[in-house]
Design a protein around this ligand. Structure first.
Ligand code: DLZ
Length: 204
């Protein structure tokens, strides 16, 4: 059934060559865990390999922009330190093409050490009695947007800004008091990470 809301008809992208990072907050853990499962499910369905997914957690949503920045920087450093080995592996790969031998295991190892193709930031903010929610929602949204534009890496916006617990449960597909009502937005975030990760390698 076609719905008015949502990202439209699903398209299939091959995530088997992608490296994806996930940073999630731990506040409101029940909802977070379901969203995380949803994201992992979509990544697996698109062929992203387990060993190419790195998951880290932080206490709350406010910590997401800093953590995303550190995770991405660390993957860039990791990539540059494996650069020589990577170049050697590339060379071995082309030699093996020429001689029609099978590629070495070292080329497989080094191929895992590329910077992340996309990072998913997951947090759940539930409005309380103070202005805390507004400040965190605003700061985190702007922080993540700035990071993806300045860092030139897709950052998937997995921050739910909710007016009630039930809104969050519904958006994690576990609403309706145990009836698993709603739609798991984590699944959409996993798919968005794969699509943007693939497109990032070539828009034209
Ligand atoms: C302090 C706080 C509150 C009240 N509510 C939430 C929330 O609903 N969701 C969330 O992810 N984090 C919350 N936090 C924690 C802050 O994000 C942050 O971890 C602390 O202020 C420490 O920097």
């Amino acid at each position: 059934m076609t719905t008015l809301k949502g990202p439209g008809a699903p398209k299939t992208y091959d995530g088997s060559g992608l490296r994806i990072g996930i940073i999630h907050a731990r506040w409101n853990t029940t909802i977070i865990d379901a969203l995380l499962d949803g994201a992992k499910k979509s990544l697996a369905a698109a062929g992203v390999k387990d060993e190419n997914i790195v998951i880290q957690s932080v206490p709350g949503s406010y910590e997401l922009p800093y953590a995303v920045k550190q995770l991405y920087s660390a993957s860039q450093v990791q990539s540059s330190t494996t650069g020589i080995a990577g170049a050697a592996a590339d060379l071995l790969g082309s030699v093996s093409d020429l001689t029609q031998t099978t590629s070495t295991s070292s080329s497989n190892d080094t191929s895992l050490k590329t910077p992340f193709d996309a990072i998913i930031a997951i947090g759940v903010l539930i409005k309380g009695e103070t202005m805390h929610f507004e400040y965190i929602a605003d700061a985190v949204s702007h922080g993540l947007m700035r990071l993806q534009l300045e860092g030139n890496v897709p950052i998937i916006f997995g921050l739910l800004t909710l007016l009630s617990d039930e809104q969050g449960l519904q958006r994690a597909g576990i609403g309706g008091a145990g009836k698993n009502e709603g739609h798991n937005h984590g699944e959409d975030w996993g798919s968005a990470a794969v699509e943007l990760g693939v497109k990032r390698k070539g828009w034209v």
